[in-house]
Structures are given as structure tokens and as C-alpha cells.
Design a protein around this ligand. Structure first.
Ligand code: NI
Length: 250
């Protein structure tokens, strides 16, 4: 009954997607939301959702493509978002970790996609790295719901996002030895959390550094259960209900 709200399932990272999907089912993952966030990804994930019942998708250009994406691409994106099993816009956002030189272009791309989400009444999946203040400032302008994917900020920023109606996407990072996220997660309610793997990246301990996949979601659920002193079942139930209340899974 677990839902992986964010991952990148692509032939680029996995030789045998059939095997990945069957492992996920055995690990009690019953829905996987795959993010298509580049031009080639988008085509691939649209095929995956038709092939596998378990797969739903979100589509949206990652900030790393800020200099490439054109208005025409955004028109095409809008058409593709209007599709069965496409449940949200993302991952979209701001990333100042690698470069701040294209800030304005990143903001433009982010806002254009937020406007599309408003128009199509879809939730958003937000990528924000070293850009918390700008992300919050922009999101405040739009009345949207969504997930702060791979949340790793302070308790203060967690509370700001929660107040704005966003869920925090928590994944393998919470299991890392020196992660400050443990403290934040122990202080916020499960009602504000959804689970994600962000696979193939960020595998939880003891698989840190290896290729991640949705089958490790139960490790994350178990870890959060121990942090919050509740059962694993409770973590699975509440976070899956949260994901289902956000995404229109049909
Ligand atoms: Ni991602």
C-alpha cells in the first residue's frame, strides 16, 4: 500500500524495467509516480504509463533546461498534460546549486509552468535547490497544491510550505547518517508528508550510493516510523492517503 510519489524510471538507468516493476509490487508499492522532466523523458514516461498499470506520471521541465525550453515546447507540454494517468506538473522549480547565472530564465520557466498547472487544475511537484526564498515567493503568487520534492530544508521552511498547503516529499536522505532532516521529520505531522524515492538517485541506507528503486520505499517508511514512534502501517496508510488526496489516480 505504499505510493512512490517521485522517481525517474527510465531505460537510461535500468536495463530491465519489467523486473523493476515486479520487484516494486513484491515490496508492496502499489503506485509509482514517474517524473518526466526533459524532452526525451516525457516521451518515454508517456509510454510507460500505458504499459504498466502501476505507473502514473507528472510532466514538466526541470530548471536545468531553462535555457533550452521554448514557448512552443510549453504549448506541446500543455497538450501532453491533458492525458489519462498524467496527474501533475513536475518536476519544476529553481536550482541555484549549479548556476545562478540564468536565474531570470529559470524563474520564467517555473512561472510559465505554474500558470499551466492553474489552467489545467493540476497539482505541482516542486524542485528547489539552494533557492528556498525565491521558490516561496513565487509559489505564494499561485493558489496551487503540490509536493516539495526531496525536501531538505529547515523546520521553519517546512512550516511555511505546509501552511501554503504543500506536502513535503521525504525520501532516502532522511536515513543518511548526518541528515538534519531526521529532526525536521520528527517534528512535523505525518499528515504533511508523502514518500518518494527519487530513484535512481538517493538510495536509503544501507544502499546509499547504489542504484535506487521504488522497492526501497519500505525502508524509508520503516525509518520514519521509528523516528515518529508509530507503526510502519500507519506511515504507509497516512502518506498514501495524502498522495491519493493530491493526485487524481484513476
Ligand atoms: Ni527528481
Amino acid at each position: 500500500m505504499l505510493i512512490d510519489t517521485h522517481c525517474h524510471l527510465s531505460r537510461e538507468y535500468y536495463d530491465d524495467i519489467d523486473k523493476v516493476i515486479s520487484d516494486d509490487k513484491v515490496s508492496k508499492v502499489n503506485k509509482i509516480v514517474v517524473s518526466g522532466c526533459s524532452k526525451s523523458d516525457i516521451e518515454e514516461v508517456l509510454q510507460l504509463k500505458d504499459k504498466y498499470e502501476i505507473i502514473y506520471v507528472t510532466l514538466g521541465y526541470h530548471p536545468e533546461y531553462a535555457l533550452e525550453v521554448t514557448k512552443k515546447d510549453l504549448e506541446d507540454l500543455k497538450k501532453k498534460l491533458n492525458n489519462s494517468k498524467v496527474v501533475g506538473v513536475g518536476e519544476i522549480g529553481l536550482d541555484y546549486y549549479y548556476t545562478k547565472d540564468n536565474k531570470e530564465k529559470q524563474k520564467w520557466l517555473f512561472e510559465e509552468q505554474l500558470k499551466i498547472a492553474v489552467e489545467l487544475n493540476l497539482p505541482v511537484v516542486i524542485h528547489s535547490r539552494d533557492a528556498t526564498l525565491d521558490t516561496i515567493e513565487i509559489l505564494k503568487k499561485y493558489n496551487l497544491r503540490g509536493i516539495i520534492h526531496c525536501f531538505s530544508g529547515s523546520l521553519e521552511s517546512a512550516n511555511i510550505y505546509i501552511k501554503m498547503g504543500y506536502f513535503l516529499g521525504i525520501g532516502g536522505v532522511v536515513t543518511f547518517k548526518n541528515s538534519k532532516l531526521k529532526d525536521v521529520v520528527s517534528k512535523i505531522s505525518l499528515d504533511n508528508i508523502v514518500l518518494e524515492t527519487d530513484s535512481p538517485y538517493l538510495a536509503p541506507v544501507p544502499y546509499r550510493g547504489k542504484i535506487n528503486s521504488s522497492k526501497y520505499l519500505n525502508i524509508i517508511a520503516k525509518y520514519i516510523a521509528s523516528l515518529k514512534n508509530v507503526s510502519e502501517y500507519e506511515v504507509a496508510k497516512i502518506t498514501s492517503d495524502n498522495a491519493s488526496s493530491l493526485f487524481d489516480f484513476k
